[in-house]
Write a protein of this length. Structure first.
Length: 96
């Protein structure tokens, strides 16, 4: 649900993206992601507060990143890790 919204936002403002992936989330998980984004410290810091940190921390907050993976500082280097996570989420093989 959230990923689809982000893709539409990018398209509406003319931003090109090189990767997108749909994931299945519950309404509760969506509300947790929304709450996280509304309360997130958006002061950019290359060391510990980037777009990569935002995504992985939001997923962790919503219970969608059970291992607490922090991501790679280079966004494109997160694709394989996100694919593994997305496959687990979409197949309902979620860790408790």
């Amino acid at each position: 649900m959230m990923i689809v919204i982000i893709k539409r936002l990018f398209k509406s403002v003319g931003v090109k993206y090189i990767y997108s992936r749909d994931i299945n989330i519950s309404e509760n998980e969506f509300l947790k992601l929304k709450s996280f984004s509304e309360n997130y410290n958006n002061e950019y810091n290359i060391l510990n507060n980037t777009c990569v940190n935002f995504v992985w921390n939001a997923l962790e907050y919503a219970g969608l990143n059970p291992k607490g993976f922090k991501g790679n500082n280079i966004p494109i280097n997160n694709i394989n890790n996100f694919e593994i996570l997305a496959e687990a989420l979409n197949s309902n093989k979620r860790e408790e």
